[in-house]
Ligand binder design. Structure first.
Ligand SMILES: [Zn+2]
Length: 182
């Protein structure tokens, strides 16, 4: 980012980004790094002082982020080939319901990858459904929900009421299934 600078306040290193925000925003990212944003009218020294005043909160948030990363790293990743076979089988099962919406009317390309922030994604452009490797550790009911969710994006690229109505038509209990992923 062109308008970001790295600063040190007390013993906390952080990046300061100038943005049109009302106050000073401070956050600790998942990797433990610290980011502040403030409008260009706030002197950098005032942002430094704010960061120092929140030092206790920053350290707590960094500790929590480190614990989350350690827990994620400790959990072994499922076997990729096994995950791909499983998700492909599920996609084949539900494909007939969505064939008319899929690009070219053919079974989408299916991939699995190590996605940490989402369970699946749907690319209209390439006609690809991608699934998180971590889905393999979830109940089948949840996997089916993710497959139907991503298939529904071919007709509804957003999360509009029409999208959720389409999901509910195939899986009336989708909300219970979705709760299994949390
Ligand atoms: Zn979605």
């Amino acid at each position: 980012m062109a308008n970001s600078t790295t600063r040190v306040a007390g013993d906390i290193a952080y990046t300061l980004t100038r943005r049109r925000v009302k106050n000073i925003n401070l956050r600790v990212r998942a990797d433990g790094s610290v980011a502040a944003s403030a409008s260009r009218w706030v002197p950098a020294a005032a942002v430094d002082a704010f960061v120092v005043s929140r030092a206790g909160w920053v350290r707590d948030a960094q500790r929590r982020a480190a614990a989350r990363r350690a827990a994620e790293d400790a959990a072994p990743l499922p076997d990729k080939a096994q995950a791909l076979a499983q998700m492909t089988a599920l996609c084949r099962q539900y494909f007939p319901l969505f064939a008319a919406d899929c690009p070219g009317g053919v079974l989408p390309r299916i991939t699995v990858k190590d996605m940490r922030t989402r369970w699946g994604s749907c690319s209209l452009k390439t006609g690809t459904l991608a699934f998180s490797l971590r889905l393999l550790g979830t109940p089948a009911a949840a996997q089916e929900y993710v497959v139907v969710h991503e298939f529904c994006h071919f007709a509804h690229p957003d999360h509009s009421p029409a999208f959720w109505a389409a999901v509910a038509r195939v899986l009336p209990d989708y909300q219970q299934r979705r709760s299994l992923l949390r």
